[in-house]
Write a protein that binds this ligand. Structure first.
Ligand SMILES: Cc1cc2nc3c(=O)[nH]c(=O)nc-3n(C[C@H](O)[C@H](O)[C@H](O)COP(=O)(O)OP(=O)(O)OC[C@H]3O[C@@H](n4cnc5c(N)ncnc54)[C@H](O)[C@@H]3O)c2cc1C
Length: 461
């Protein structure tokens, strides 16, 4: 193993000891817990034995949109100091502290020619958060979720006992923890496999699409030829036109000029910061229309082989720090569902229903999902996933989302727990039919119910 980053330095994004936690990424309702920084397994054990009636919860970088990383009145464990990163180039694996962010993993490993197996649309998530939500990326149709690439992880259970879990010797604990939203224990470290790369650039093909049917047809017929694929959909235009971007890691010999001299350079920058004072003025129907129109027009009609940086292709939102503030004090929510191919028309119906109440989204993302993994609470299933960010204060939004929940349920689909802030316990139980199986495994690991969250209470998990 090569230790590539062992600073143990606290993340600049982490909370201070004793500070009250922030609200969810998109949510408005505050829920305060007290942050307790842990640096060792013994610190975690001490937190477990001191746990009060509201229990404890691990928190990563708080990028879950709803209440998954919040627990009012609880002790919130910040693992940002547990961030050691080791690389084993012989096996192509990384051994990483659960508090390390994917940003720091990429900064440490990309220059050595390795990329993370799965990255969500932001690098500002921790390894612990990526496992607990079993995050997916633009390569789900090809590579599955993050949890599918974890070989082993270390878990401190509700009794303070330490387990090294893997899918062969402890499949129940492993798969209950992957997608288990922090409720089976505290993950302290994980070993996961990596993608070998010879450059830090992505070779990207971009196509403007004329309608939702057009983009969906192209994804069904063409996605298998690409490792990464994602479509942005114009939420304002009734046609559902959009921009499809697909790509794969470029090899070093595809690079020219300055990029060719440092093919594995990875130094993403934050180029702008959203205003520190929440403002109502930035997001309204007019700006949403203008944004969607401009985003569509800015994309080339068709371009192949454009070389983009990792940050440009995977994490465009990370370029604007605190972008979530642009929604102002009313906040926003994300609605993300997965449905089988047989219910693909629900994508268009959902967009039309949201448009009907003026719930316009700037970030409307459509992806194909491949096979599900054995995790009882893992979100992806084969078919489609649509994610929309909508301002929370729109009149009639709640009614539309409740109706969409019914349609998602009827279609055999489900909502993503890392994004959800509003579904009912009945919807949860009906759409995650293996919930009771997961609860059995969770109870075996945490018989006293030490680990809990606002999400767990809201959904009766
Ligand atoms: C801009 C943006 C884009 C996104 N794009 C995607 C995407 O493309 N795909 C996707 O899947 N998700 C996406 N997400 C959601 C995000 O990946 C998940 O919510 C992820 O879990 C956040 O990680 P975090 O470290 O911030 O965890 P938090 O939000 O802090 O916590 C999430 C859950 O993980 C648990 N947890 C955290 N650390 C540990 C630990 N050490 N042990 C046990 N449990 C732990 C928490 O208790 C909580 O239940 C996106 C979010 C944002 C803000």
């Amino acid at each position: 193993m090569t230790v590539v980053d062992a600073t143990g330095a606290d993340s600049p994004l982490s909370l201070r000891e004793g500070e009250q936690t922030l609200t969810g990424w998109g949510r408005t309702a505050p829920s305060a817990g007290i942050v307790r920084r842990v640096r060792t397994v013994d610190d975690i054990r001490a937190a477990i034995s001191d746990a009060g009636p509201r229990g404890i919860l691990a928190r990563g970088l708080g990028r879950s949109y709803g209440d998954a990383a919040q627990s009012g009145g609880a002790s919130i464990l910040d693992l940002s100091a547990m961030n050691r990163i080791e690389l084993d180039p012989a096996t192509g694996t990384a051994h990483v502290g659960a508090g390390a962010s994917l940003d720091s993993v990429m900064r440490a490993l990309v220059p050595h020619g390795w990329f993370v197996p799965v990255t969500p649309g932001t690098r500002m998530v921790t390894v612990g958060g990526a496992i607990a939500a079993d995050v997916h990326g633009k390569n789900h149709h090809r590579d599955g979720t993050f949890g599918s690439h974890v070989e082993t992880m270390t878990l401190v259970d509700g009794r303070g006992e330490v387990h090294v879990v893997d899918r062969e010797s402890s499949p129940e604990a492993f798969w209950a923890t992957v997608g288990g939203m922090g409720l089976t224990g505290i993950v302290t470290q994980a070993t996961f496999d990596l993608i070998p790369i010879t450059s830090s650039r992505i070779s990207v093909d971009t196509e403007r699409t004329s309608s939702l049917d057009d983009v969906m047809d192209r994804m069904i017929t063409g996605d298998d030829a690409y490792r990464y694929s994602v479509a942005w959909v114009d939420s304002v235009h009734p046609s559902g036109r959009g921009v499809l971007t697909r790509g794969d890691h470029a090899s070093a010999d595809q690079l020219a000029g300055k990029a060719a001299q440092a093919p594995l350079e990875f130094e993403p920058k934050v180029l702008a910061t959203a205003p520190p004072i929440p403002t109502n003025g930035l997001v309204n129907p007019l700006t949403m229309r203008a944004f969607n129109e401009a985003w569509f027009r800015k994309a080339p009609k068709q371009r192949t082989g454009e070389l983009q940086t990792i940050a440009e292709f995977f994490h465009p939102l990370d370029i604007v720090q605190d972008w979530n503030r642009v929604y102002g004090p009313s906040g926003f929510l994300q609605y993300q569902f997965a449905v089988p191919d047989s219910a693909g028309e629900l994508v268009g119906r959902a967009l039309a229903a949201l448009r009907g109440v003026g719930a316009l989204s700037a970030l409307t993302v459509l992806k194909r999902f491949g096979a599900a993994n054995p995790g009882p609470l893992s979100f992806p299933q084969p078919g489609w996933t649509l994610a929309v960010d909508v301002p929370a204060g729109v009149d009639g939004l709640g009614v539309v989302l409740d109706q969409l929940d019914d349609e998602v349920l009827a279609a055999g689909g489900r909502l993503y727990l890392a994004k959800d802030s509003r579904m009912s316990p009945a919807m949860m139980a009906a759409t995650y039919p293996r919930l009771s199986e997961w609860q059995r495994h969770r109870d075996a690991l945490d018989p006293q119910g030490v680990f809990t969250s606002d999400l767990a209470r809201r959904l009766s998990l």
